[in-house]
Design a protein around this ligand. Structure first.
Ligand code: ADP
Ligand code: MG
Length: 331
């Protein structure tokens, strides 16, 4: 059987059967944005790892090594943010052809270092090996959180409101733009969002500190696909409204030049690295306050319902939109 017949998520499910009986200190293993390990004094350690591979995740000709370095770390920072954690240390495993330019690699690390400084995170090690087909960068990031503040994908409850930070769909639209125009300007906001996403670390920490979110995930595969992870693990359903989706001005302006369906990239496009979370409606004003305090826009896009795993996407007249293909799939 080939991997494409199993699919990425089923594969991870199968892999999770090969773990031994976990020690008592493991709070969460496979299945969330980061693993959670118990530490002393009510603290815990968060661990996440992500690969960025040439030709799959990036095209060397469309980005700069500096921006690529920033993005590599941003992807992992976003997973720690999705647990409500504070990033601490990272390791980098680099695989590159011997013909790769030294300047490229140097600038890649310069980019990572820039973002690391912004988020007070330190490079503590890694590994280097040669490659026969392109560059691959794997980052392992360690973070910390208070044990009773960590936010998981499970925990959403019937009646909770669903929120998202920033805007959705920009990154995948930026990618379509880059592909069609073979590189175009990095100044365009959609392209910038694709090449240099900003992880929502600050509001993630504040949401955790205030204990208002019942579940949280970051949007890496697409809003619909990532919301489905929350629904599956929380054993609930959701209804989201197209009219409420936060779309940027650039999205509205350029979307139909690059995508056949207006809402498709917003619902199914990946790599926005925004946070998607659920709260009890009584905490509505608290989240508005946190959004203001951290200068992070948040938008309510729908509600959690009691029908397990059902995701209703409703247009402005209440009609249901059927999604053909949800989110990015690796196999
Ligand atoms: P994210 O998009 O947030 O990085 P993933 O979909 O990559 O999350 O991973 C979901 C969960 O599966 C995580 O807990 C991750 O650690 C685990 N996982 C992914 N790939 C593997 C693998 N090859 N072996 C073991 N665990 C994996
Ligand atoms: Mg994630």
């Amino acid at each position: 059987m080939q991997l494409k017949q199993i699919g990425e998520f089923k594969l991870i499910d199968i892999i999770s059967n090969y773990t031994a009986r976990p020690p008592a200190s493991l709070i969460k293993g496979i299945g969330d944005d980061a693993a959670v390990v118990s530490e002393e004094a009510g603290q815990c350690l968060l661990l996440t790892t992500d690969i960025l591979k040439e030709s799959i995740h990036f095209n060397r000709h469309y980005t700069s090594p500096y921006l690529l370095g920033k993005k590599c770390l941003a992807v992992s920072l976003s997973d720690i943010a999705a647990m409500g954690g504070t990033p601490l240390y990272y390791l980098v495993s680099l695989s590159a052809p011997s013909s790769a330019s030294f300047e490229f690699i140097r600038n890649l690390y310069r980019g990572m270092g820039r973002l690391a400084k912004q988020f007070n995170t330190f490079l503590i090690g890694g590994d280097t090996t040669s490659s026969r087909n392109g560059i691959s960068i794997t980052i392992t990031l360690l973070g910390k959180a208070k044990k009773d503040s960590v936010i998981y994908r499970h925990g959403a409850e019937n009646g909770d409101l669903i929120y998202v930070t920033g805007s959705v769909g920009d990154s995948s639209l930026g990618w379509l733009m880059l592909k069609k125009n073979r590189g175009s300007s990095r100044k365009n906001s959609l392209i910038r969002k694709h090449l240099a996403p900003s992880p929502r670390v600050e509001i993630g920490i504040e949401i955790a500190r205030s204990n208002i979110a019942t579940s949280m995930i970051d949007i890496s595969d697409g809003l619909a696909a990532d919301l489905r992870h929350i629904l599956k693990q929380s054993r609930v359903g959701a209804a989201i409204s197209l009219a409420c989706l936060p779309l940027s001005l650039s999205y509205k302006k350029y979307c139909l030049d690059y995508s056949k369906e207006f809402y498709y990239q917003a619902l199914c496009g990946g790599e926005d690295y925004e946070l998607l979370f659920t709260i009890n409606p009584k905490n509505r004003s608290k989240i508005r306050k946190l959004a203001k305090q951290t200068k992070t826009p948040v938008t309510c896009i729908g509600e959690i319902t009691g029908v397990p795993s059902e995701l209703l996407v409703l247009d402005s007249s209440g009609r249901e939109l059927v999604l053909k293909k949800e989110g990015y799939k690796h196999f």
